[in-house]
Ligand binder design. Structure first.
Ligand code: F0G
Length: 458
């Protein structure tokens, strides 16, 4: 019998999980105005709010931290990180930043101006925010199949090359400072982008003379999907696949808080020295000198080590396997989820789960609240609350999709915790007909309202 792939780590230090009663949780979520961001972490049993910055570092990362060199310029930690980035991504030039959105800020300050167009695949919120903040326009060229929540397509994160070509063809070259493609595609359900697609984008970008960057927060998970789903890649190592993915691009933005398994950090990788030089000026203004850019030496050391661990095939198999396990239990219980399971998260389709709740009463938030009350699970609504109001009409933006994301932190929870999460969802599903009403908004901020919104029951 073939032995299963196991987690390539064991536990050395543990952190307490907080238990609570249903009565306590009902009280707390009321006090939090039904906004899960307002809960204290001690009020949460299993925290699936995000997989970002919530991973568990290894003993090697912690010991690398002790060797951190805190010199302002030219620290050895900077060179450790530079070497790791060069080895894993192939980029000769890089700038450290304090997290992913800071990398976007520095890169887009260098490249994007008012009226520009930035095509991509379901740009992540902060990416979109940084483009729109500069009065430029993000154009979503994701494949149509991505909006079919249960279509079993292996690469639902892909860019539709025809849509992309239309954008490239119908706009002046100077209007398109870059194409930015997110791997994996978080907004579309943690779905991967194939190598063939990345190559196709590269060919178009070359033909039209436009730069091509990858938003790489989950690049290692994307490589794992290429290895396991795309013809011709099963015999290649994750590292070979990662190098090939980046070889087709001009650079990358990185939130190191995901696949590099650190609690804080980011960077930008560049192929072109001149662009790196231009961006360096913004890095110094916004982040810090180019050899630390918002990171301490110890954090750069931990990141260098984390890049190595995060690209380990056995680790990725167990990590993505755990997310898939959560998905398979949900399916077994009849719960409607986005399929195939994403790399970092399971997305529940709240409109199918709670068809009795109209969009105007925010079914995603209703379901997230019920999962909390039932089992102390913290998830996020990815629906109308997060989509904000239309900047001009101020109407709620109902996209037809109301999702709840259960994002699984790396190396943190056991499969038993996963079973607990699935059982919680099953209990809510069995009682779903008893849920009659949703929420109305009591107070909201003009933008990014979901972080601070206050709600009340209808
Ligand atoms: N790009 C993607 C694809 C992301 O998922 C995120 C963050 C960022 C960029 C920004 O990085 O947080 O380091 O500034 N995603 C987190 C999430 C917040 O929960 O999905 P950051």
């Amino acid at each position: 019998m073939e032995l299963p792939i196991i987690e390539p780590f064991k536990t050395k230090m543990v952190e307490q999980i907080y238990r609570s009663t249903r009565e306590q949780r009902v009280k707390w979520i009321n006090e939090a105005s039904f906004n899960l961001f307002n809960l204290r972490s001690e009020q949460v049993t299993i925290d699936l709010l995000t997989d970002s910055g919530t991973g568990a570092m290894s003993d090697r990362q912690w010991s690398a931290m002790m060797l951190g060199d805190e010199s302002y310029a030219g620290a050895s930690s900077y060179y450790n990180l530079k070497n790791a980035i060069k080895e894993i991504t192939g980029f000769n030039y890089f700038l450290p930043t304090h997290q992913g959105r800071a990398a976007e800020n520095v890169l887009f300050s260098t490249l994007v101006k008012e009226g520009d167009i930035v095509p991509g695949n379901s740009h992540f919120d902060t990416t979109k925010g940084h483009i729109e903040f500069r009065k430029a326009i993000p154009v979503d060229c994701t494949v149509d199949i991505a909006s079919d929540l249960t279509a079993l397509n292996p690469f639902k994160g892909n860019v539709d090359l025809d849509k992309l070509e239309v954008v490239l063809k119908s706009n002046a070259r100077e209007k398109i400072p870059l194409i930015i493609v997110t791997i994996t595609n978080n907004t579309a359900g943690g779905q991967p982008v194939s190598m063939a697609n990345i190559r196709g984008i590269h060919d178009l970008a070359t033909r039209y003379g436009v730069r091509f960057f990858l938003d790489s927060a989950r690049f290692a998970e994307n490589a794992w999907f290429i290895k396991t789903r795309e013809d011709g890649y099963s015999g290649k190592s994750i590292r070979e696949i990662v190098l090939e993915m980046f070889s087709y691009t001009d650079g990358m933005t990185m939130s190191s808080k995901k696949d590099a398994i650190v609690n804080m950090g980011g960077f930008i990788g560049f192929r072109d020295e001149e662009l790196f030089r231009q961006a360096s000026a913004y890095n110094i203004i916004y982040e810090g000198f180019i050899t630390y850019g918002g990171m301490s030496g110890r954090d750069m050391n931990a990141l260098a080590q984390g890049l190595n661990e995060g690209t380990d095939y056995e680790f990725l198999t167990s990590r993505i396997g755990q997310v898939a396990y959560l998905g398979s239990l949900m399916k077994e219980y009849g719960i409607p989820i986005i399929e195939p399971a994403g790399g970092h998260a399971i997305f529940i389709d709240s409109k199918s789960f709670l068809p009795q709740i109209p969009d105007e009463e925010f079914p995603g938030q209703v379901l997230a609240t019920e999962l909390y009350i039932e089992g102390g699970i913290r998830s996020t609504e990815i629906g109308a609350l997060m989509a904000d109001r239309d900047p001009l009409t101020r109407a709620n933006r109902f996209s037809g999709k109301e999702l709840v994301r259960l994002a699984v932190p790396r190396r943190v929870y056991t499969d038993n915790h996963i079973r607990y999460v699935a059982a919680t969802a099953r209990n809510v599903y069995e009682k779903r007909d008893l849920i009659k009403k949703g929420f109305r908004i009591k107070r909201e901020a003009p933008i990014l309202r979901h972080f601070t919104i206050e709600l009340e029951r209808v």
